[in-house]
Design a protein around this ligand. Sequence first.
Ligand code: AVI
Length: 322
Amino acid sequence: MTTKTHVKLDTSFKKEVYEGLTAFPKYLSSKYFYDKAGDKLFQDIMAMPEYYLTDCEYEILKTHTQPIAEYFRGNENGFDFIELGAGDGKKTKILLKYLSENKFNFIYKPIDISQNAIDSLYKKLKKELPNVEVDAEKGEYFEVLKRLKEYNSRKKVIMVLGSNIGNLLHPRAIDFLSKLKDTMQKGDMLFMGFDQKKDPQTILNAYNDNAGITAAFNKNILTRINRELDADFEVGKFKHWETYNPETGTAKSFLVATKKMEVTIKQFGLTIDFKPWETIHTEISQKYTDNVVNWLANEAGLKIETSFTDSKGYYKNYVFKR
Ligand code: AVI
C-alpha cells in the first residue's frame, strides 16, 4: 500500500520519480543517473575492462579517421559539427585533431546536459586543440534539436557517440531519429554509434562488473532521490540486477529490494511500500543488428549510407542521410 498526502510536482524529475515509484511494477528513468556523482561513476564505467563499448568506438574512430572525415567534408562554406551528449570528448578529439590538421573548414558545437562536462570540455579543447573553433552549449537533446533548425546555412554533421540511443525503447529511438531527421537538410549527415549483439556473457559482464561500479551507478539514483527529495531509501538494502535477452537484444537494469521496506519521500508527503524482492526497473541498454538499425532508420525517414566497425565486430558507427 502506498500512502499519499499533498504532492507538488513542479519539475520533470519530481513528476517522473513520483509516477515511476507509484506505478506497478516500479520504474525510474536512467536519465536521472547523471548528477555529479553519477557523471564520475559513468567516467569510471567507461574506463573499466568489462565496458568494451568505449574501447571499440575509440578503435573505430582511430582506424577509420580519414574515411569518416571525408563523409563529414562540406562544400566551400564548410560544415557545422554538432555533437549531442559530448561528455569528456576523448573519442571526439581523434576526429577534431584530424579535421584541424587537414584544414577542414568547420565549427565544433558540442552539446551536453551537464554544464560541468561542457565547461571542462571547452577548457580542454582550447588548450589541446587551439585551432579548433568551439561553440559549446548546455542543453537537453530535444530542446537543442529545436534550435538546431536555425543552423541551416551550411552542411550539418550531427554526431551521437556511445550508443546513447540504446537507452531508449524502439518507439522513442524512432522518435529521436525522426526529430534529428527533421533538423537535417539534403546533404546533411548523422553519424551515430550502436552497440551490436554479441556473446550474451560479454554484454552481461559489461553491465555487472566485478568491482561493483555499475551497481554503484545504478544505486546512485536512490541516493539522489534521498538528497534532492528528502527521502530515506536504505540504498544498501537494494541489489543491482542485470538481465540480457539475446532474442530482443535488450539489457535491463533493476534495483531489487532485499527485504520489506517502507520508504518516505518527505517532499511528496508520500510513503512507498516495498515487498521483499520487489523491483525498480531503471535502465535499458539496447543491442542492435544491421537489420534493426535499418528498420529504425526507415521508420524515421533516414537511410544508412555506410557503417564502420571494430576488429571484433562488437560495435558499429553508422552514417545516415535523409
Ligand atoms: C550512456 N549509456 C549508453 C550507457 C549504456 O551502456 O547503456 C550507460 C550505462 N549504464 C550502465 N553502464 C553504462
